[in-house]
Write a protein that binds this ligand. Structure first.
Ligand code: SF4
Ligand code: SF4
Length: 135
């Protein structure tokens, strides 16, 4: 089994296309919607965790792209500006998934994008605005 966390961007004319349920039904993928911001008037954005065989993931995401949905790995949309981070730790207790954590030996605060669910709680909590969610 393989897993991916991806951001789907739907142009307005695709808002009604049931992309995620099609992926589940036709490519045997399990899904977990982490965030969804879809309104009929504008572009929709959905953050989804997908799990299935490597081949089904590849084919399913290729199908979504063929429909016109922009598909991007979540780690490209949630980033930390390493030059701005002061390792103050203000984000650590706020982050619900421990994607931000401190290394005891060095006192550095690290960001593990694999654990991030794009909740955005760290963005306002970060004094120098080092955390960026780009959607
Ligand atoms: S709150 Fe911002 S500056 Fe402080 S450790 Fe977290 S990411 Fe770095
Ligand atoms: S967006 Fe949410 S899950 Fe990701 S690092 Fe920030 S607080 Fe943690």
């Amino acid at each position: 089994m393989a897993s991916r966390r991806v951001v789907f961007r739907y142009p307005r004319h695709l808002i009604d296309v049931p992309v995620v349920s099609h992926l589940a039904r036709n490519y045997d993928l399990e899904f977990n919607i982490l965030r969804a911001n879809i309104t009929p008037q504008s572009e929709g954005v959905m953050v989804v965790g997908l799990e299935g065989s490597e081949e089904n993931l590849r084919q399913g995401l290729a199908w979504a792209r063929d429909q016109g949905v922009a598909v991007q790995p979540l780690e490209r949309d949630v980033v930390r500006d390493e030059d701005k981070c002061t390792h103050c730790g203000a984000c650590i207790t706020i982050c619900p998934t421990q994607a931000l954590y401190r290394i005891a030996e060095t006192q550095e605060v690290l960001f593990d994008s694999d654990r991030c669910i794009a909740c955005e709680l760290c963005v306002p909590a970060c004094p120098p605005r080092a955390m960026q969610v780009k959607f």
